[in-house]
Write a new protein. Structure first.
Length: 446
């Protein structure tokens, strides 16, 4: 077989290899681009959360419902126009007796049609009160959407900071595994030389195993926090999220008394309950109008096919008054019910004042204690690092014990864990305080 024939036979293999290489390149490029898109800043996440959250989408329908209620209330100011048409078939032709004679008064079959207009002219402010109440209800739904958006933002910030914390804890756990691994290698060499006992070696092995288990636990916690974020963003729970650490702290400072005063002015819950009290007053006013008559006008054009009538068609105009004399005490009961609701709302407002005040104080104290913890734990890390360095030197020189090194590694891990826990607790408390005061969290983290 000559060389040209061999080349021809290998052409399919060459093409296949080229296609495989191309597909592999495209796949790697796609994966690389996906890895880039996994990075998510807190501001980007907040934007996605407030746009994609299912809770916000559900609550947003309340605005459409309230808007429809407003249109219903507004429609009462306009006249009602009805068109009707019918064909009548009778078994007997209508007639009457005039003395000893009988005469027909209508046809056996007849067509009728007409258009009628009905309009309430005056009802002592019932329609106006209900329309104003519907507009306030629309405003309540808008405020509630604002409240839910801020609540979703707080939920996302909390989950995001938890994810950042677990990222730090994973690094600490990996560092601990490396330190115990290095210590185990040194312990094995010392054991082989007869410097330490079997018990010291076993202790090092157990500590390394514990550190590895802690690393696995922390990685699992990260997976849970990632799933929390994906749930808030309405993404698949297994979607990977790479959180970007927040550089610096927010320019936010409040004294407790000022924080409470700001909360009483900015929290949407206070605006909501104030509007609900106004709505109750308007509904009560509308219901009380039923004690008075209403003035109405009615008119139209009607045609009835009847050759026995002098005029088959006719125009009409009616001015009238409607007045309910008795309805079993229904109106009085409804007015009493609305008064009870008003008292309930006033009590709820007082309860809301107490709850928000407690929420502000709780967030403020949590932020304050977390800030103090940061200062304490920051110094503890330097001290723990120096302690580990000294004990490692002593152990390597044979004047220290394995227990001292193990304790030093454990203390360093604990100091670093305490520091990052305090750091992210401070940031979470800061976000919680801003929420309790009524700040727009999406704007605050831009």
């Amino acid at each position: 077989m000559n060389s040209e024939t061999k080349i021809v036979r290998h052409i399919p293999c060459i093409i296949t290899a080229a296609l495989v290489s191309l597909l592999a390149f495209l796949f790697n490029s796609t994966c690389y681009s996906e890895d880039i898109t996994k990075a998510l800043s807190i501001s980007e996440g907040l934007k996605l959360a407030t746009e994609n959250s299912r809770i916000i989408k559900i609550v947003s329908y309340n605005k459409d419902i309230s808007l429809a209620d407003t249109l219903v209330a507004k429609s009462r100011f306009f006249p009602s126009i009805d068109i009707s048409a019918n064909q009548t078939f009778l078994q007997y032709q209508p007639g009457a007796f005039f003395g000893s004679q009988s005469v027909f008064t209508a046809e056996k079959e007849s067509l009728s049609y007409g258009i009628n207009v009905y309009h309430t002219i005056y009802d002592f402010g019932a329609r106006t009160s209900l329309y104003d109440a519907s507009k306030l209800s629309l405003n309540v739904t808008e405020l509630d959407i604002e409240r839910i958006k801020n609540l979703v933002a707080l939920d996302f910030i909390t989950a995001y900071l938890d994810l950042l914390k677990t990222d730090k804890l994973i690094l600490i756990a990996q560092k601990e595994v490396e330190m115990f691994g290095s210590h185990l290698k040194l312990a094995q060499s010392f054991y082989e030389e007869g410097v330490i006992t079997k018990n010291d070696l076993l202790q090092a092995e157990v500590k390394l195993s514990d550190a590895k288990q802690q690393l696995l636990t922390t990685k699992n916690l990260k997976a849970i926090n990632t799933a929390r974020i994906n749930n808030i963003l309405s993404l698949p729970l297994t979607n990977e999220v790479q959180a970007i650490d927040i550089s610096g702290d927010l320019p936010f400072s409040f004294e407790l008394c000022n924080a409470w005063e700001a909360a009483s002015k900015q929290r949407p819950e206070f605006k909501i309950i104030d509007n609900q009290i106004k709505i109750n007053y308007l509904e009560e006013s509308a219901k009380k109008s039923e004690y008075y008559p209403s003035l109405y006008a009615q008119g139209g054009y009607n045609y009835t096919e009847n050759r026995y009538l002098l005029h088959e068609d006719n125009w009409s105009l009616i001015l009238g008054i409607n007045f309910n004399l008795f309805n079993g005490g229904s109106t009085r009961a409804e007015v009493s019910k609305l008064k009870y609701i008003k008292n309930q709302l006033l009590e709820q407002k007082e309860k809301l004042l107490d709850d928000v005040k407690l929420e502000v104080e709780k967030s403020y104290l949590e932020m304050k204690i977390a800030d103090e913890k940061i200062q304490v734990t920051k110094d503890a890390i330097n001290q723990a690092e120096e302690n580990l360095r000294i004990n490692k030197i002593k152990y390597e020189e044979g004047i220290g014990t394995a227990t001292d090194v193990i304790d030093a590694i454990t203390l360093l891990t604990k100091a670093e864990t305490n520091y990052y826990t305090a750091l992210y607790e401070f940031r979470q408390a800061q976000a919680g305080l801003m929420y309790s005061i009524g700040f727009d969290l999406v704007s605050a983290y831009k």
